[in-house]
Design a protein around this ligand. Structure first.
Ligand SMILES: NC(=O)c1ccc[n+]([C@@H]2O[C@H](COP(=O)([O-])OP(=O)(O)OC[C@H]3O[C@@H](n4cnc5c(N)ncnc54)[C@H](OP(=O)(O)O)[C@@H]3O)[C@@H](O)[C@H]2O)c1
Length: 342
């Protein structure tokens, strides 16, 4: 299988759909994913790219049990075994949180610590292509943070700067200090807020690519999870409002509705969800996460699916008549703790 459609991150050509690696290691620690399964899933996506096109891989300093560096260690083993894949991948890594934690810290010392930890854990065969703070830190202005990152970039520690979970106005401020290559925000059929639209529009204007995270609604939009009870006991999704039984059942109406469009088109509901995210603009790159080769191939094949204007109108009509219950994370928590739209 070769994927035809591509997207741009500055001068770099990447596949239209990327691959998020978070759940490979940030999962129930009693059921770790065997390396061979992870490697097969990653390789399958990369191998589907045409000559000269890189696969966008998305990782994090804290994507592991207890916010450990397990994801980076997995990547280190991957690149050690398959060094030829270093050149074929565009690796984006989130950090900028305190060590072994998800608490943002934009101080120059911590940003240097984070970047150095990431490069060290990656093991030297592959250096990250892009670094971004996972959340907009509250203890330094965005101008100071991006200035610090520009200095680290000039030292050769990475080649591109990204931003994550930021508002449109913060993106504009960050970009005024140093060009931002990618902004990473949640975009999906059930996460399409006014601020989502503003960030996508601002990114387009500024020439910034959008890495659309959780484009499958953390698996919900594929229709394969029938009940939150299907998820393993330690699965982090149990903490999210949309994975509480009553809210989950309410929102299932959306999946049922879009399923019929997917069936008519001969694609899966997950592929429809990804094609819809990709249809938000040429600069929007969905980054679905899957630990399985077969599912990753299904996901990236959605990069070649074009939705017609009539199909997009049909989806719009469904979204209008099927309001989603529950916020994107945990409604019981203070939004300030979650650092959303920083
Ligand atoms: N910047 C941020 O704050 C932030 C936050 C969250 C995520 N992210 C990034 O975005 C990436 C993707 O997000 P996500 O993992 O939260 O959500 P997602 O991509 O919307 O959904 C992933 C879930 O869907 C399942 N899945 C994937 N493909 C499938 C298919 N074809 N059929 C059925 N099920 C399928 C996966 O299970 P299997 O693994 O078992 O296939 C996994 O449980 C992450 O890996 C991470 O890199 C960033």
């Amino acid at each position: 299988m070769t994927i035809v459609n591509t997207a741009k991150i500055g001068d770099v050509t990447v596949g239209r759909i990327g691959h998020g690696l978070m759940m490979m290691t940030w999962r129930d620690p009693t059921h770790p994913l065997p390396d061979e399964d992870a490697f097969e899933a990653i390789k399958a996506g990369v191998d589907a790219m045409p000559e000269g096109v890189k696969m966008f891989l998305n990782s994090g300093e804290f994507y592991g049990p207890d916010a450990s560096t397990a994801n980076l260690e997995l990547l280190s083993r991957f690149y050690a075994k398959y060094p030829e894949y270093a050149e074929k991948t565009f690796l984006s890594v989130k950090g900028g949180t305190k060590a072994h934690s998800i608490i943002p810290d934009g101080s120059p010392d911590n940003l240097r610590r984070s970047v150095d930890t990431i490069n060290e854990k990656l093991g030297g065969i592959k250096k990250m292509d892009l670094f971004e703070c996972a959340r907009v830190p509250g203890n330094a202005s965005i101008e100071e943070v991006i200035k610090t990152l520009a200095g680290l970039k000039d030292e050769g520690k990475f080649t591109h700067i990204g931003m994550s979970e930021c508002s449109a106005s913060t993106l504009r401020r960050g970009h005024s200090v140093h060009p931002i290559a990618v902004v990473e925000i949640e975009v999906s059929l059930w996460s399409y807020e006014e601020e989502t639209k503003k960030v996508i529009a601002t990114a387009k204007e500024l020439g910034v690519a959008v890495a659309a995270y959780s484009p499958l609604g953390r698996g919900f939009l594929t229709g394969t999870i029938k009940s939150p009870k299907d998820l393993p006991a330690g699965d982090m999704r149990h903490r999210f409002t949309r994975f509480q039984e009553d809210v989950f059942n309410h929102n299932m109406a959306l999946v049922e509705e879009v399923k019929s469009i997917a069936e008519k088109k001969g694609i899966t509901p997950g592929q429809l969800a990804l094609a819809w995210v990709a249809s938000r603009g040429d600069h929007v790159i969905p980054i679905p996460g899957s630990s399985h080769k077969k599912r990753n191939l299904e996901n990236i094949a959605a990069g070649d699916v074009e939705l017609t204007p009539a199909e997009l109108e049909e989806v719009d009509a469904i979204l209008a008549k099927t309001p989603i219950k529950g916020g994107r994370y945990n409604d019981a928590l203070d939004p300030k703790i979650l650092h959303l739209w920083g």
